[in-house]
Design a protein around this ligand. Structure first.
Ligand code: SF4
Ligand code: SF4
Length: 401
């Protein structure tokens, strides 16, 4: 396993992180008056975690909300069991594991209505994780609105107290908004030790993007990458893309190409993979062992750029995500919605996009468009946005609504 510095934290975790958000699950069928219940397949997840630790993974990422709240509870128990198996000869196996492995979790900022919620939620998380402290604590999924809300409630002074008391080892945020919001958040505090951003070879200019990666690293932050395979989309292969991969000087799976591209960026500290099978753990650890900053050749990088172009040629709407159409007076999230429309064809992923669309707040969805036309003159691509909002609603809205 290879390791990289996590910014200025002093931690040097494995370049592959274990993401505890897509664990294997078992579904209990719907019973009288009850819907189907999905719970973590703990035996399978335990086996994956243990194998990841054996293979040298030393960064584990969870969050309050993953698996409807089950992820933290599972991880707290599973790490104790793994510690007994791996360090059973030590006086305190849990402490021995803790000395080697960093656990990161996240505050669900959208659940915070008053400063008292910071303490309440954090205490609940420590109890789930069976720990008196957490190595890394992130504000989860910041967007401008959620950031301003928790900032105004005093989250930074709260975090400062937890850091001073040793209940948080390192503090940061995960992010899902535009680059300009990212730089505003970066500049808002010197408390940030790290951030977690989405990055893959398709999303170089999306959200924080490559510019955000470099801006964060330049400020000394560790950068943890999520969605390196774009939720599994880049592991699939439309024919135009698989023909290109077949010309590569080195044969790799599409998933490995995606991961190696992220590890090729020297500013990246850890790449999270939300693994769901033991095989993925084994494969990804093997990919990580072959990774390195600036390890891809010019020829390989050119090939990845051609794959990106091949995907983009499948674009339905010519939206460049420039954001000039924002804000919409109705609050419609135009660029995100058009991206989802494009992804349906690009990745042959209607079901996946419909599911992602349910995560978009109802007041930002396409059906809120009143066809006022304000955005039309602001769009440099001349996109007929109101018409596309109507099409997107028909395509993506939860079925049966
Ligand atoms: S046409 Fe629709 S999307 Fe465009 S500004 Fe008006 S309400 Fe917003
Ligand atoms: S202005 Fe046009 S191109 Fe830019 S984000 Fe909006 S819809 Fe896309």
């Amino acid at each position: 396993m290879r390791h990289r510095d996590l910014g200025r934290t002093g931690l040097r975790p494995s370049v592959l992180g274990f993401g505890a958000m897509r664990l294997p699950v078992v579904t209990t069928p719907a019973a009288a008056g009850m819907g189907a219940v999905e719970r973590i397949d703990e035996a399978a997840a335990d086996e994956m975690l243990l194998r990841a630790l054996e293979l040298g993974v030393t960064y584990i990422d969870t969050a309050y909300g993953y698996h409807d709240g089950q992820s933290e509870t599972w991880l707290g128990r599973a790490l104790r069991d793994a510690a007994r198996l791996l360090y059973g000869d030590r006086r305190d196996p849990a402490a021995a594991l803790h000395a080697e492995v960093a656990v990161a979790t996240k505050l669900p900022v959208w659940k915070c209505e008053s400063p008292a919620d910071f303490d309440r939620l954090f205490a609940e998380q420590l109890e789930r994780l069976q720990r008196p402290s957490v190595d890394v604590y992130l504000l989860h999924s910041l967007r401008r609105e959620t950031w301003e809300q928790v900032r105004d409630m005093g989250i930074l002074s709260w975090a400062e107290r937890q850091l001073a008391a040793g209940r948080i080892g390192h503090f940061g945020f995960s992010f899902h908004d535009r680059y300009e919001v990212f730089t505003d958040i970066l500049a808002a505090s010197d408390l940030w030790d790290l951030c977690q951003i989405q990055l893959n070879y398709m999303d170089v200019d999306y959200q924080a993007g490559l510019r955000g990666l470099r801006a964060a690293a330049a400020r000394g932050l560790g950068v943890v990458i999520m969605e390196p395979i774009r939720g599994g989309q880049l592991a699939k292969n439309p024919p135009a893309v698989s023909d290109l991969w077949a010309t590569a000087p080195v044969l790799r799976s599409p998933a490995e190409w995606a991961l190696q591209w992220v590890w090729d960026q020297p500013e990246v500290s850890v790449v999270l993979s939300g693994m769901s099978t033991l095989q993925q753990v084994e494969e990804n650890a093997g990919f990580a062992a072959r990774s390195g900053p600036r390890a891809l050749s010019r020829e390989e990088l050119t090939l990845i750029a051609r794959v990106r172009d091949a995907y983009r040629a499948l674009t339905t709407v010519p939206c460049t995500d420039c954001g000039y159409c924002q804000p919409c007076p109705q609050g419609v999230a135009i660029p995100q919605i058009l991206e989802a429309v494009n992804d349906v064809r690009m990745f042959d992923d209607l079901e996946g996009q419909r599911e992602s669309y349910t995560w978009l707040e109802e007041e930002r969805r396409a059906d809120r468009c009143t066809a006022c036309g304000e955005c039309l003159e602001r769009c440099p691509q001349g996109i007929d946005i109101p018409t596309w909002m109507a099409r997107a609603d028909a395509m993506l809205a939860p079925q049966g609504e």
